[in-house]
Ligand binder design. Structure first.
Ligand code: ZN
Length: 231
């Protein structure tokens, strides 16, 4: 039986890598300087590079079940996502943090259902989205979609509990973006607090705002999410 994974690795080296060789060498020589921390659900249907058109060196990526942000203040264990947030903000000085959830999210559905008893870490992890649920026992697609969106806003709020995040957001040097990716439409809906909800990217005038009114009224985002004022 052919080893499919091995074949893919060889194909990458032979077919894809040569086109990127110079770019990767540059990134090795200069180090990475990604502007965006992308916190996405682990779901295989979210492909951040396709969504954003990003290439090597552009996205600092952390993915987990549900695109959840654990609390900053935690004395109870190891948290890769929290560590990634701290590193991205303090060491890489990213300028934006995207939290990207999506339609048909298994994590959000699991909030309303049963999780295998052996999945003790998963059960605990899902607590990070619990507050987003609605008091409905048998949720239909609309309720699930609203829960997915509420969960994204909840994570943005939790991000603001990270002192280094809050500090930079308030100083205007970091922006937060809540995205809900509608897989079947190929469209991201961005959270805009000024419009009070999620807006399809095709109708939005920014790439999303945090869960609060921007501190500096002069700091607005252009269509690609780049702050037009402030650093
Ligand atoms: Zn998901």
């Amino acid at each position: 039986m052919p080893d499919e994974l091995l074949e893919r690795l060889r194909r990458f080296k032979e077919d894809a890598f040569p086109q990127y060789r110079a770019q990767f060498q540059q990134l090795v020589d200069d180090g990475q300087q990604p502007l965006t921390l992308f916190i996405g659900c682990s779901d295989s249907r979210i492909v951040p590079y396709l969504l954003t058109g990003a290439g090597p060196g552009e996205l600092f990526l952390v993915r987990n079940v549900g695109a959840f942000v654990p609390p900053y203040d935690q004395s109870h264990g190891f948290h890769g996502t929290a560590a990634a947030i701290e590193f991205a903000v303090l060491s890489l000085n990213v300028k934006r943090i995207v939290v990207c959830g999506h339609t048909h999210c298994g994590a959000i559905r699991a909030l309303y259902g049963e999780v295998p008893a052996a999945a003790q870490n998963l059960v605990r992890w899902l607590d990070l989205g619990r507050e987003a649920t609605l008091p409905i026992a048998d949720p239909g697609p609309e309720v699930l979609r609203r829960t997915e969106q509420r969960a994204i806003v909840l994570q943005l709020e939790r991000l603001m509990d990270y002192p280094m995040v809050r500090e930079r957001v308030e100083a205007g040097s970091l922006t937060l973006h809540g995205w809900h990716y509608v897989i079947e439409d190929g469209e991201v809906h961005v959270f805009d607090v000024r419009r009070g909800g999620f807006v399809p990217a095709s109708q939005a005038d920014n790439a999303g705002t945090g869960p609060y009114a921007p501190h500096d009224p002069n700091t607005y985002l252009d269509a690609s999410g780049v702050p037009t004022a402030g650093d």
